[in-house]
Write a protein of this length. Sequence first.
Length: 294
Amino acid sequence: MSTDITLAARSAGPAASFAAAQRRFAAAVGGWRGTLRPGRLALRLLSLACCVVLWQLASSLRLDLGIVTFKYVPAPTNVVIAAWNLFQSPKLAAHVLNSLGRVFSGFGIAALCGIVLGVLIGRVRWLEDALLPPLEVLRPIPGVAWIPLAILMFPSSELSMVFITFMGALFPILLSTIHGVEAVDRRLVAASRSLGAGRWAVLAEVVLPGALPGIVTGLAIGMGTSWFCLVTAEMIAGQYGIGYYTWESYTLQNYADIVVGMLFIGAFGMASSGLVKLLGRVLMPWYRIQERHA
């Protein structure tokens, strides 16, 4: 019976594969929505509302606690007005598109390099000894410190900005991939080899699926750090970008616009990380099964 089903599935061709992929995506989206039950969603919205109310009170009362002061912090009402003005500006699309292009370009290159290097370092001992020490030296260097070198290294400011977002995303992806690969149960690898699996089959069928949760976690963190480095990247040069808009608002002392830029970066960063996690749910259907039985 199982053989007949397998032959029928193979004979269906690409259409069946595409339909199966659609079902996996729909199940992942459904599971993702199902995790936010009405009570949890209400609690999250309530916590955000409480933060906004406290922010409004602190700014309206010009609260001064000595260590921290809200005398010059714009109130949420002023931020809403500034955001409305930005939405009416023709430059908004240019700011958003330029920032999205820089972040996703740097993140995409970092994901490719981080996953490949992480798998190699996690699986090959001599590559770990050769590559990990210089990477560990570079890892603690903040994005701001890369600005002078990025200007010297690249002929255009655009490439320099992409490079800084790349450096921000690379190390979370790299380290999470290394730890994910090293955490794969060696008994599974030994069992697959005893059954006749070759090196590439073990990598594709055992190591990568086992390391995938760690890789997805690193991708989500790397996406967040890419947005974190955006302001640093767009300080170099340029006329458009959310980070550039935030920095320009600071130099012009438009304090409400600074908060608008920060909120834009936070919203886009949260949405981008959510997309990465959704992709992880599509690629890891066994996680949804574990959640249903938990």
